[in-house]
Design a protein around this ligand. Sequence first.
Ligand SMILES: Nc1ncnc2c1ncn2[C@@H]1O[C@H](COP(=O)(O)OP(=O)(O)O)[C@@H](O)[C@H]1O
Ligand SMILES: [Mg+2]
Length: 380
Amino acid sequence: MRDALRAVIDPELGDNIVDLGMVTGVDVSAAGVIEVGVALTIAGCPLRSQLEHDVTSRLASLPGVASVQVRMGEMDAAGRAEVMSRARWKARQNAPETGIDATTRILAVGSGKGGVGKSSVTVNLAVALARRGLTVGVLDADIWGFSVPRLLGMDGGIEARQGKMIPLELPVGSGLLKVLSMGFLADEDRAIMWRGLVLNRAVQQFLEDAEWGTLDYLLVDLPPGTGDVQMGLARMLPRTELLIVTTPPVAAQKVASRAADMARRGYLRVAGVIENMSDFTCEHGTTYRLFGSGGGGRLAREIGVPLIGNVPIHPEVASGGDSGSPVALGDGELAGIFAELARVVAEEVAPVIETSGCTARLLDQIAEAVSGEPVVAPPV
Ligand SMILES: Nc1ncnc2c1ncn2[C@@H]1O[C@H](COP(=O)(O)OP(=O)(O)O)[C@@H](O)[C@H]1O
Ligand SMILES: [Mg+2]
């Protein structure tokens, strides 16, 4: 039970609610009814419903659990100070490990299988988020099959500054993309040699040995499947959330179990599902359900997360990728579809962690008050 609750991360504080001391009590009745008390740092915290939902879904999936009731409360000043001290300690512990700020929202784009359009969705969503004026990191974690540089029309070598890799930048509208990919490291031949040496550490190096600077989002384009990269990411950045890309035809049951499994093994929260290669409408207005329809919605319902949107199958998505000019950069209908995806992500599913938010604001105040204080682990 505690392990299940440890999987619930307060995304602002970057730690799980058990270790943060936010779980005030757990009662289990003989009939399998669980009552959990959760104390928020501030009662009106915008993360309230997300935490409530996460706690419920984690516990409800345990064997023998009939129902879950969450009692949300508010911490007193002493409790709040303790949580902040714990979070601050944790943040400092984590700081040297990755170059990703605590206020960056991390979304990994994954799927049960390859070829469903993960990379296409990642770059177009990144572009659409940047067009909202945001700074968006794109980490191409598909080490063997990197495609992000081609899709974004970027090339060049990564430069190092004081031993840290500097992501390549691409201004988009009033926003900015910062990109790291194996594709930037060397030409194809040298890359293969390099891969042989540190292949299984490449993603870790992109996180630890890179200077990402301040990001609103980090989108991670995952390799196909549910393997080591996903687990490593979950370990290094446990607050990572998954966006699952699926196509309409895939037997929803199978993909659902694979995707849910990926999330469970890494204790990652699934933020939502995006259906790619949905209905295609030709210029005469006829809609073709080339691959059937409804798979995304079915999958979302099955794992109990929102369907963020549907991206139609359209030759311009493919040609935009081939020419290195993502459709989301344009002003046509497809760009509008990605703009709407970005809106749902940024406003509903995974809002930017604003530094004016409840706990972040408190963190600032406390950091100011205690700056210079030695780093010691507070009692848990
Ligand atoms: N919505 C779409 N419409 C048409 N072609 C698409 C669409 N999404 C992806 N593609 C094409 O499908 C292929 C696989 O996409 P890709 O993004 O590389 O998938 P993955 O990263 O999951 O392997 C590419 O050729 C891409 O251009
Ligand atoms: Mg890909």
